[in-house]
Design a protein around this ligand. Structure first.
Ligand code: NAD
Ligand code: TYD
Length: 379
């Protein structure tokens, strides 16, 4: 079958990547979606069980740092678009093992850029109709000051704005702000973004970059705050809150991020950057309380009895105080809006984890790591 487009998604077995793959294969039956993933501890093919048999989906186990392999794939599948999500993504791990982050996030991105460039330049039409979409994070912009410890009315509203709707400072990250990363994770992502833009400016590679705030939702690896804490609350295990829980993050439901990626990939201006965020700032400690009350309400338990699961522990080294994204450009130019109020998104997310205990169990037991062998091992 001839496909209208052939898209290489990297890191499609991870949290956000699996939502992007699902959206693309179901929304665009005439596109072939090639998912290249190394299946590190964070890659889980169970995340894609519902779409793995679709005729327009191909899974390839491989490392983005393997330049020969990536080059071969670009040719074999006649790739005309790359949506690059593969990365080491957990700040705490980056503090323990920065080399792995530099290798994957920097060298892996460079390997993809060079392979895309070589392949597209070898075609008669060149860069016409091609696109390299770099998926980045708000963390590259650094940390904002918390100037209102109780929060003030946020200057931004969307249809999805919640009652809480607060801002904890006057400043927001805007496209074009200087990069000031603090963690090895964000430093490696920042470096990768610089390489992406350098390929645009030097070789004319048609790139677009999106910087998104913290995501939450189904299929997130339970080392990150929200799924870890849902699981711990359910099993009445301690909730390790770093410092005093005063740090502020801007949260977005993962499917809203996937929709924004789809929009920018198709309609964004070449060479441009788009910030993606929900105008939804929360202090960690308030999220933890919301999680306890939501989990306990859904389980028919008394939340007051679980508040003492909160355990303040030693702060994360270099812990960024506040992230807050201004996504006005994306809203104004491409008409994107977050679809869910945070409280509704959290309820939906908690329900999903409670109803998918089997998914959590195969992560905690390590069984998910064998799934590739079972599904693809003898191909
Ligand atoms: P994740 O850790 O859940 O998934 C990463 C995926 O990349 C995994 O499937 C893993 O197997 C794969 N991978 C890792 N190294 C690889 C390699 N060398 N070759 C091929 N595949 C490899 O990450 P996530 O939270 O889904 O984040 C995806 C992307 O979105 C990352 O680039 C991250 O920086 C960015 N991002 C994440 C968030 C967030 O809140 N999670 C917010 C903004 C941006
Ligand atoms: P995390 O989910 O790791 O995302 P990021 O570091 O990319 O923002 O953490 C979200 C916030 O929650 C961050 O301020 C660190 C804090 N946190 C805890 O307090 N305890 C934990 O066990 C974890 C994983 C995170």
């Amino acid at each position: 079958m001839d496909f209208k487009r052939n898209i290489l998604v990297t890191g499609g077995a991870g949290f956000i990547g699996s939502h992007v793959v699902r959206l693309l294969v179901t929304r665009y039956p005439d596109y072939r979606v090639v998912n290249l993933d190394k299946l590190t501890y964070a890659g889980n093919l169970m995340n894609l069980k519902d779409v793995e048999q679709m005729p327009n989906y191909v899974f390839v186990k491989g490392d983005i740092c393997d330049f020969e392999r990536v080059s071969e794939l670009m040719n074999r599948y006649a790739i005309d678009g790359v949506i690059h999500l593969a990365a080491e993504s957990h700040v705490d791990r980056s503090i323990r093992d920065p080399f792995t982050f530099a290798r994957t996030n920097v060298m892996g991105t460079l390997s993809l850029l060079q392979a895309a460039r070589n392949y597209w330049e070898s075609l008669p039409e060149g860069y016409e109709g091609k696109r390299f979409h770099q998926i980045s994070t708000d963390e590259v912009y650094g940390s904002l000051e918390i100037s209102h410890s109780e929060g003030i009315a946020s200057p931004f509203t969307t249809n999805a704005s919640s009652e809480h709707h607060q801002a904890y400072g006057e400043r927001f990250f805007r496209e074009g702000d200087n990069y000031t990363p603090h963690s090895p994770y964000s430093a490696a992502k920042a470096s990768a973004d610089h390489f992406v833009r350098s390929f645009h400016d030097t070789y004319g590679l048609p790139v677009v970059v999106t910087n998104c705030s913290n995501n939450y939702g189904p299929y997130q690896f339970p080392e990150k705050l929200i799924p870890l804490f849902i699981n711990n609350i359910q099993h009445r295990k301690p909730l390790p809150v770093y410092g005093r829980g005063e740090n502020v993050r801007d949260w977005l439901y993962v499917e809203d991020h996937a929709r924004a990626i789809d929009l920018v990939f198709h309609k964004g201006r070449t060479g441009d950057t788009y910030n993606i965020g929900g105008f939804n700032e929360w202090k960690n400690i308030d999220i933890v309380r919301l999680l306890i009350s939501t989990v306990d309400r859904l389980l028919g338990r008394n939340p007051d009895e679980d508040m003492d699961l909160i355990t303040f522990v030693k702060d994360r080294a270099g812990h960024d105080a506040r992230y807050a994204i201004d996504s006005t450009k994306l809203q104004r130019e491409l008409g994107w809006e977050p679809s869910l109020q945070f409280e509704d998104g959290i309820e939906k997310t908690v329900c999903w984890y409670l109803e998918h205990q089997d998914w959590m169990d195969q992560i905690t037991s390590g069984a998910y790591e064998k799934y590739y062998e079972e599904m693809y091992g003898n191909r």
